[in-house]
Ligand binder design. Sequence first.
Ligand code: AMP
Length: 283
Amino acid sequence: MQIFTTINELQNWRKSLDHTTVVGFVPTMGYLHDGHISLINQAKKSTSTVVVSIFVNPLQFGANEDLSAYPRDFQRDSELCLNAGVDAIFAPTAKEIYSNGYPPKCTINVAELGKNLCGAKRIGHFDGVCTVVAKIFNLVFPHKAFFGRKDIQQLRIIETMTAELNFPIEIIGCDIVRSKEGLALSSRNSYLSPVEKADALIVPKLLDYISNLIINNQFNPENLTNYAIEFLRHLPNVKLDYLEVVDYKNLQPIKNITGKIVIATAVFIGKTRLIDNIILSIN
Ligand code: AMP
C-alpha cells in the first residue's frame, strides 16, 4: 500500500497507472470505522485500484465547530486500510491542499441543495465539502467515487456537482452501517460518554417512529416538530437540531408523502451533533 502526503507524489503515481486500471476513490476525514470500511469494500468489488483520502478539511468546519478536536489516528487508519486491501492513501496536510493560500480565493458555491437541513445549520459547510472534493477528484482522477448515505445531503450534493460540473466520475451511494443497537457509525461517536452513547440510540428510534407513522398513514407533516419534542422529552441531554421529511431529489420539505423521501435529522447529544436518516419509497 502506498502512502502519499504530497500532491506531486500522488499525481506521479496516478500517471504511472496504465489506462486499463479502474480507479475507485473513497474520500474520508479518517478515524476510520466499519462505515468507511464498507465503502472501501464496495470500491474493491467494482474497481481495480482503490484510493482512500484522509483529510480533515478546515474549509468545511464553522468557527465554533470541532475542527481541532476532530479525532485523528493515522497509524490505526493506515492499518485498517492495509487490511482492507487499499492500494493508496492520500493524506495531505491543509497546507498542501491549500498551497495557494488559505482561505482559498476560489471555491464552489452550492445553490439550492445546500440551503436546508445541515446546510441551514452549518453555513458554508457544503461549499467547503464540494471545493475539497472537486480538488481531490482532479488529483485522484477516479472512475468511481464512493459516498455513504449516512451523509445523505452530502451525497445528493456531490451527485449534483459531479453531473453539473461534468466530472467524468460515477458516484456510488453506499448504505448506512449501524452498530448492533442501531446507532449509525460515525467518527464523532468517539466523543460520547457511555451514558451519552445510550442516549444516542434515541436518534435511530426517532427516525423509526416517524417512518412507521408514514408507512401506517398516520403522519401529518405539520406535527413533525411536536412528534420530535414529545419523543425526546424524557432525555434532557438530547436536543433536536432539526427533523425534516424531504423529497429525495431536491431535498425540499414535502407536503404529500409520495415517491422517494428522506426522513433526516440532526440531534445534539450533550455537545456532540449526530446526523442520521432513513430513505423510504412510498407508492
Ligand atoms: P467522514 O470521514 O465522516 O467524512 O465520512 C467519509 C465517508 O464515509 C462519507 O461518504 C460518509 O457518508 C461515509 N460514512 C460515514 N459513516 C458511515 C456509516 N455509518 N455508514 C456508511 N457510510 C458512512
